[in-house]
Write a protein that binds this ligand. Structure first.
Ligand code: XIL
Length: 375
């Protein structure tokens, strides 16, 4: 027993040494294998195998993938009578080859959806039934193609406003509020075994969270098995608080659904807006003070990022019984959308791997939190 304790202490010290010296003794997916999946969003250069540095990191560290853009309506269904599966097929093949849990993102959304979707060939807005049949055709075609391969779908993305009411999107305006139920019905019929998720940002704020809870209840009342709610996790340094994340996971889990962190990144750059929304259409002019770290991240800021990641993972691990996946929105800092949103073009540092693919201190902090240093 004593000897065992000594060995354990020694292994612990070695683990800390290895972790702090930059040579991780384990990987993210192994460290959290009893807790949740560790996912990452891939761009085309990654799932096509062109970005070999990123691919090596993805294969080593992650066991789930999400498509950053490849399955969005504008990519996969660019014209009324034309689907383009080239990118989607490669994305799914990449996940299958590497035995990963493959996520589908996303079927019904107000962004990255071409204007023609909501209009007839003369540019006149569609009536309800025609838009419903267009939606149904899209969902059956896309979900059907990847049936049995894509394990879970973000069926509806970002349907709520900050106050928790339904966003007045073209979907809502033309079809009415039941467009949501319809989308889940079609997706469930198209692949009854695929998990169906609702995905949104800012659910950590109470009003919007209550809107999501009401929405999930409606879907459940319609008899559709919704498997989970995705918190996008586009977080800032000062928002949301750990407490808000904790409360949100607890509140959602009471619905009997899993919770996923689906698009995690930490925005360290000075805010261009007070808004906490991850609304992709926002676009602010570049000013020098909004882009302060062009020569690298100062040590003190690096430390804040590390601490913030460690604190967040402590919350996720605490809820390991309901958190089924934590997905990062990009592989390395250089891949992150935060380099070009909501201000073009800045140097962002939101992820666990540097631009050159080396793990950052936050990576080691997360591993240690999983208890990986001490077997
Ligand atoms: C982002 C992608 O990362 C960008 O490449 C693209 O230009 C815009 O969309 N919420 C979502 C994601 O659900 O699909 C968005 O992804 C980020 C915000």
């Amino acid at each position: 027993m004593k000897l065992f304790m000594k060995i354990k202490a020694l292994v612990g010290i070695t683990g800390v040494f290895l972790a702090t010296s930059g040579f991780a003794q384990t990987t993210l997916k192994d460290a959290f294998k009893n807790d949740f999946l560790i996912g990452v969003a891939l761009n085309e250069a990654e799932f096509a195998g062109l970005n070999t540095n990123a691919v090596a990191i993805v294969k080593a560290q992650f066991n789930s993938i999400s498509p950053e853009n490849a399955l969005k309506w504008e990519s996969i269904h660019p014209k009324p009578d034309q689907y383009d599966f080239s990118a989607g097929d490669r994305y799914v093949e990449f996940g299958q080859k590497n035995n990963m849990f493959i996520v589908g993102h996303t079927l019904v959304w107000h962004n990255q959806t071409p204007k023609w979707v909501f209009q007839d060939d003369k540019g006149i807005p569609l009536v309800r039934d025609r838009l419903l049949s267009r939606m149904s055709n899209h969902i059956f075609t896309v979900v059907g193609r990847y049936k049995g391969k894509i394990g879970g779908w973000d069926v509806v993305n970002e349907a709520l406003d900050d106050d928790g009411k339904l966003r007045q999107s073209e979907w809502e305006k033309i079809i009415g509020p039941d467009y949501i139920i319809k989308a889940y019905q079609f997706a469930h019929e198209a692949d009854p075994r695929a998990e169906l998720y609702y995905n949104d940002f800012s659910l950590e704020n109470e009003a919007k969270r209550n809107g999501a809870i009401a929405l999930v209840r409606k879907i459940q009342a319609a008899g559709i098995p919704i498997a989970g709610v995705g918190l996008q996790g586009h977080y800032k340094m000062d928002w949301p608080t750990n407490n808000q994340v904790d409360e949100t996971i607890t509140a959602l889990s009471k619905l009997g659904v899993k919770v996923m962190i689906t698009e995690l990144d930490l925005d360290m750059l000075p805010p261009a807006t007070k808004s906490q929304a991850a609304e992709v259409s926002m676009n602010f002019a570049l000013r020098a003070e909004l882009n302060p770290y062009t020569n690298g991240l100062p040590a003190a800021v690096q430390q804040q990022l590390t601490q913030r990641y460690a604190d967040l993972f402590a919350v996720f691990v605490k809820h390991r019984d309901v958190v089924s996946r934590v997905t990062f929105w990009g592989v390395t800092d250089g891949d992150s959308w935060l380099n070009y949103w909501p201000v073009k073009v800045r140097m962002a540092y939101p992820l666990l791997f540097n631009r050159d693919g080396r793990p950052k201190p936050a990576f080691n902090a997360i591993l240690q939190l999983a208890g990986a240093a001490v077997p």
